[in-house]
Design a protein around this ligand. Structure first.
Ligand SMILES: NC(=O)C1=CN([C@@H]2O[C@H](COP(=O)(O)OP(=O)(O)OC[C@H]3O[C@@H](n4cnc5c(N)ncnc54)[C@H](OP(=O)(O)O)[C@@H]3O)[C@@H](O)[C@H]2O)[C@@H](O)CC1
Ligand SMILES: [K+]
Length: 515
């Protein structure tokens, strides 16, 4: 597991390390600078002419120190100072003093001349507002140069918490970030500016990081493999749970197939599909391993007798199941709403609500608390997992799409508002999973996933894990991570991002899951 910090957490780790543990700020800075210089030496030619563009905070101090280390190693180096030196931080003043005593070339403002390497040390986690004036000019100039760009801690101009661009930002080839990865260079659009990210250990004590306990984390492939539920030596199909997939409508059959097949592929013992009668033969043909139960989609479900029948039939299946998926391809007609209400009466079995299940949910005021500004908080119990993409999220919460896009972690948390309620899987290029407490940001996967049906596969995968006894949030995190790994495996094996279809993920699961 890798912690990802926002600005507040990163500053708190700095503060505690310096003030409570007693490691001097200059020691941390020297180590940060060593990491930057090391990254330059590993990636740039030995004769490279280096320019360090430095602001007046400690990020600038890192830049001056790294420039000095490269200078000691024989690189021709220039330091360019942007901003008023009178406002420089104590550490920055000390670094400048050292560099001047050594005779390193320092200029005020942007230099003329050409450089092979530029260190971007204008702003790090101290960036506090939009970039304007000479700072914006410097960033634009840096981006125009034909040089390798190394960003110190964070590309200047990127909000290190949200990934937003504060007017303009450096487009780096490498970012050397200190101690922990930063949320702003994991999330879009910030990650597009960071290039290759190196997380450098500069000596923040583990104890401090654990005490600050960053809220956000990500997983590696190894972490995911370790989280997999165990396979028992003496087992049978009853040992790994039963998934009920309530999905499909007269017009759509593929979604419930993909979801059901994915649940099986994740290792659950039995899958039953509850679907419109029109889908019965299709599912039996595509997935003979699944049990199938159907309802008559042509009946009038405003009639209480028909409502009673479908509810009764569904109740039996809910009783049978270990966990339930509702929504893929289910449509928004009357039966979908009746079935969703029935499923949500279940408080002990895990329930995944996906796709049209979410659109139906969005129309039911009883599951939400309205705020004065018209937005809504989702109020469902902790056995529920919701898997909206951003558009579905706007329907659920009434948050505006650009706001969710810009602040995906904050908006996910705001929609739940308190810990230990339902799990939210907010799907995007960086999917966020949270139950209101910890936040997982998925960094695995690729844009091959941007195709119809991949969401149905995900809902089935999560259910497959839930059926094997995983807690909702853990199952959601692991499902998202494995879903990304399957897409990466496809690209690795087939060499392209264009051709993948959702069904290919099912085949890739066979490749990536533990043998
Ligand atoms: N603490 C430590 O010991 C360690 C810190 N480390 C390093 O320090 C970095 C954090 O340093 P930091 O806190 O000094 O902030 P930093 O990113 O340099 O920016 C602050 C400066 O920018 C200015 N400013 C802000 N926004 C602006 C804008 N839009 N436009 C114009 N000016 C703007 C702001 O000015 P002011 O807001 O006061 O006007 C101030 O001058 C961190 O990312 C890491 O690299 C490492 O060495 C490890 C040890
Ligand atoms: K920077």
């Amino acid at each position: 597991m890798q912690y990802i910090t926002d600005v507040r957490e990163a500053k708190e780790i700095d503060r505690m390390t310096i003030q409570e543990i007693g490691i001097p700020s200059m020691v941390l800075m020297e180590k940060a600078a060593l990491a930057v210089a090391g990254c330059v030496k590993s990636n740039a030619a030995p004769e490279s002419h280096v320019l360090a563009v430095c602001g007046m905070g400690n990020n600038g101090g890192d830049g001056v120190a790294a420039a000095r280390m490269l200078w000691e190693d024989g690189y021709p180096v220039t330091v360019s100072l942007i901003g008023n030196e009178e406002n420089a931080s104590e550490e920055m003043k000390k670094q400048l003093d050292i560099a001047r005593k050594l005779g390193i070339h320092i200029c005020t403002g942007l230099p003329s001349g050409e450089y092979d390497v530029i260190l971007d040390a204008l702003f790090g986690i101290g960036l506090s507002r939009e970039v304007t004036g000479e700072f914006a000019d410097a960033i634009n100039w840096i981006n125009e140069q034909d040089a390798l760009r190394f960003a110190v801690d964070v590309p200047s101009g990127v909000n290190a918490s949200t990934g937003e661009i504060l007017a303009v930002a450096v487009v780096a080839d490498f970012t050397i970030t200190f101690g922990t990865n930063k949320r702003g260079i994991v999330l879009f659009p910030g990650c597009n500016y960071a290039g290759n990210v190196v997380v450098a250990d500069i000596g923040f004590p583990k104890k401090v990081v654990e005490k600050v306990l960053p809220r956000t984390y990500t997983l590696t492939r190894e972490d995911a493999m370790e989280m997999m539920p165990p396979r028992i030596l003496r087992s049978n199909k009853g040992s790994y749970g039963k998934v009920l997939v309530i999905a499909g409508s007269p017009e759509i059959s593929g979604a419930c197939y993909l979801s059901a097949a994915a649940a099986y592929r994740m290792g659950c013992g039995l899958v039953k599909v509850f679907t419109a009668a029109e889908n019965g033969p299709v599912i039996k043909n595509l997935l003979p391993e699944a049990l199938v139960k159907t309802y008559d989609s042509e009946l009038d479900y405003t009639q209480s007798l028909n409502r009673f029948d479908i509810t009764k039939s569904l109740q039996e299946e809910i009783k049978w199941a270990t966990c339930i998926v509702i929504g893929p391809g289910i449509g928004t007609a009357e039966p979908a709403g009746i079935m969703l209400d029935e499923v949500l009466k279940e408080k002990n079995k895990a329930v995944v609500i996906d796709a049209d299940g979410l659109n139906v949910l969005a129309k039911k005021e009883t599951y939400f608390v309205k705020r004065e500004d018209g937005t809504r908080k989702i109020c469902l119990p902790e056995n529920v997992v919701l898997t909206p993409h951003l558009q579905e999220m706007t329907r659920l919460t009434r948050f505006e799409l650009p706001v969710i896009r810009a602040k995906i972690v904050e908006q996910a948390l705001l929609s739940l508002e308190s810990a230990n309620c339902q799990t939210l899987v907010l799907k995007d290029a960086r999917t966020v999973v949270t139950d209101g407490g910890e936040v997982y940001i998925n960094t695995i996967g690729n844009n091959a996933l941007s195709t119809g049906g991949t969401g149905d596969v995900l809902s089935g995968m999560i259910a497959g894990l839930l059926a094997q006894g995983m807690r909702p949030t853990k199952a959601a995190v692991l499902g998202v991570c494995l879903h990304g790994l399957a897409a990466e495996e496809y690209v690795r094996r087939k060499g392209g991002r264009y051709s993948m279809m959702a069904g290919d993920l099912l085949d890739m699961l066979q490749e990536i899951l533990p043998k």
